[in-house]
Ligand binder design. Structure first.
Ligand SMILES: NC(=O)c1ccc[n+]([C@@H]2O[C@H](COP(=O)([O-])OP(=O)(O)OC[C@H]3O[C@@H](n4cnc5c(N)ncnc54)[C@H](OP(=O)(O)O)[C@@H]3O)[C@@H](O)[C@H]2O)c1
Length: 252
């Protein structure tokens, strides 16, 4: 896969899957825009890991009303063109129904959908407008295994990712005539920096049992699928959802 001189914007690229994706694109020659929300130090450290030059950091909260429009405009002003958008930033909030009060319940739903669905749909809107002016482009949305198998402790998360899948497939149909191709990658539990520090040994043991591989995904394995969907030659895979879950949840 060759991304020489392609301009790639990745939301939430300061750490975890987004950072691994930024590293992978940079290794293949892309100019990478790293978006993050609040942790400047982490974003700068991620930037320092990228091979080559031509990378840039875009601080922007994608949930802000005009955040998606501003982010896409800033990227296009800086690079002249947006070739690939990876909608990776996402949040998950615990809100088990028999444990939380109604305020917690409603705020979890609202905040999850604002980040995981509404911000992404707005980013798709502005990215598509920009791509239509330059002959097309590619969008990859990062979903989750939770969209399919149920998330009892984080139902808003599962629902937001299921909605993200559906939106991506609708847009794949709507935007194909404009040469804009849309794919989805749905990871299972992935060994990010955060997972390494927050999981108890018992939780880790349970997670390992979920997959016949007896391990979690590495962020670079998720990045590999993202790069495939963003690559030249993958156009006819538009609308596809690629599972990266180590056969821990197989859907028909
Ligand atoms: N890790 C997993 O096990 C797993 C499994 C399945 C799916 N996923 C999905 O994969 C994606 C990445 O997950 P991850 O675990 O790698 O994430 P992570 O380590 O929690 O990192 C989240 C990134 O998103 C940024 N971010 C959060 N809210 C934002 C906002 N409103 N505006 C702009 N940036 C924002 C953060 O920036 P700041 O730090 O500056 O706030 C950070 O760069 C998510 O969509 C997640 O749902 C993850």
């Amino acid at each position: 896969m060759d991304f020489e001189n392609k301009n790639v914007l990745i939301t939430g690229a300061s750490r975890g899957i987004g950072k691994a994706t930024a590293i992978a694109f940079a290794e293949k020659g892309a100019n990478v825009g790293i978006n993050y929300k609040s942790n400047t130090d982490t974003a700068e450290k991620a930037m320092a890991k990228l091979a080559g030059s031509g990378h840039y950091i875009f601080q922007q909260d994608i949930v802000e009303n005009d955040g998606p429009e501003k982010l896409i405009n800033d990227f296009v002003s800086h690079y002249g063109k947006l070739d690939i958008l990876v909608n990776n930033a996402g949040i998950s909030i615990f809100h088990t129904i028999d444990e939380v009060d109604f305020d917690h319940w409603t705020s979890a739903w609202e905040n999850t959908f604002k980040t995981n669905l509404f911000a992404v749909s707005n980013l798709c809107y502005w990215a598509a407008k920009a791509m239509m002016q330059t002959g097309g482009g590619r969008i990859v949305n990062v979903s989750s295994r939770g969209a399919f198998r149920g998330e009892p402790t984080k139902p808003a998360y599962g629902a937001s990712k299921a909605a993200l899948n559906s939106m991506s497939q609708s847009l794949a149909k709507a935007l194909a005539p404009h040469k804009i191709y849309i794919g989805v990658v749905a990871p299972g539990f992935t060994e990010t920096e955060m997972a390494a520090v927050t999981l108890t040994p018992a939780e880790r043991e349970n997670l390992l049992r979920e997959s016949p591989f007896q391990r979690m995904a590495q962020p670079k394995e998720v990045a590999h699928a993202i790069l495939f969907l963003a690559s030249e030659g993958a156009e006819y895979s538009s609308g596809t959802i690629i599972d990266v879950n180590g056969a821990s949840y197989l859907r028909s």
